[in-house]
Design a binder for this molecule. Structure first.
Ligand code: COA
Length: 149
């Protein structure tokens, strides 16, 4: 089940972000503390982005965040808690992104994140740019993907 996020989801979504990202890319430097992740969700993501939560048994187990204003055509985040991956919840979220951004959207993913890249390609997204990572905080080569209807 998908629903719009509420301010009180911040702490649970921060844990999902952290465990899903580090599960997918254990070698990625941990640049932020759990407290910083919580503040990021509470003060930056939830008030400013269109956030959809995937729930199982009334508990958030994943989320996707679409940008707004000048970043409206970006899917900024999509994370499913590790123990709930591979059950179709990510597919529900990406389908919701397509419904909410019917003229298309873009997203950044680290090049080494093979699982996520397979997932995006399966859903029709295509690479439009590869970088050497010098512009991101982690200094990790990334890829810009695009979905066009
Ligand atoms: C990528 C992600 C959002 C996909 O959500 P999901 O609920 O696991 O995906 P679904 O169950 O809808 O679809 C599964 C498909 O995704 C792909 N996939 C995603 N992660 C995978 C992994 N770790 N290993 C293998 N395949 C993976 C496969 O192609 C799989 O297809 P299959 O069922 O035919 O094998 C989720 O796995 C996740 O949160 N990953 C870790 C965090 C992350 O990398 N987020 C993206 C940051 S840009």
């Amino acid at each position: 089940m998908l629903r719009r996020a509420r301010p009180e989801d911040a702490d649970e979504l921060a844990v999902i972000l952290r465990t899903a990202m580090h599960g997918a890319m254990p070698s990625l430097p941990k640049l932020h503390t759990p407290d910083e992740d919580r503040r990021f969700l509470r003060d930056a993501v939830l008030p400013n982005q269109e956030v959809w939560v995937a729930e199982v048994d009334g508990r958030p187990v994943g989320f996707a965040a679409l940008g707004s204003r000048d970043e409206a055509d970006y899917l900024q985040h999509i994370y499913i808690a590790p123990e709930f991956q591979g059950r179709g919840l990510g597919t529900e979220l990406i389908d919701r992104a397509k419904t909410r951004r019917p003229s298309g959207f873009r997203l950044w993913v680290f090049q080494k994140n093979d699982g996520a890249r397979r997932f995006y390609e399966k859903h029709g997204l295509q690479v439009v740019e590869l970088t050497d990572g010098s512009a991101n905080d982690e200094r990790e080569p990334d890829a810009l993907y695009e979905w066009v209807p």
